[in-house]
Design a protein around this ligand. Sequence first.
Ligand code: S3P
Length: 166
Amino acid sequence: MKIALIGMPAIGKTTLGRKLARIYGMDFVDLDHAIEEAIGCSIREYFDGMGEAAFRDVESRVLADHVARPGAAVLSTGGGIVLRPENRALLRQRCLVAYLFATPEVLLRRVRNDRTRPLLQVDDPLARLQELYAARHPLYQETADFHVAADAAGTRAVLAELQRHL
Ligand code: S3P
């Protein structure tokens, strides 16, 4: 079985995914990290040099590769994984998908001083988060099997809520 965590940047997919995998004795795969291994540089450098479309091509390939691998795993995904319909279809068909959500205001507090996320390197990151949220929230919703609020609650409470659905 594959469990996939989806949601906006900085919602905590990697931290929660790693803990969840440990609890269930499953492998853990951070897809952003797997992408960086595949491209041989940071996502930010790749975005800057090759553009977003090239990044999305690699992202789709790496997702398909990991979904097809045998064995149980928890996959933490990049925030934009739901943008391509083929990724949404693959996630729906082959994974149990949890949507971790929080408001853009809460996310802003978590991404302050973060220089690793290329899409948030703008003058007004809150406006950007609001724009991304508006565009993606429906896509996360249509892809997920269930939703877990990850804003106010601490990691332990969010983990317990995730486990309740699994
Ligand atoms: C992206 C989110 C990033 C990373 C890339 C694009 C996005 O992952 O995949 O920078 O489009 O929201 P996180 O959600 O882990 O920040």
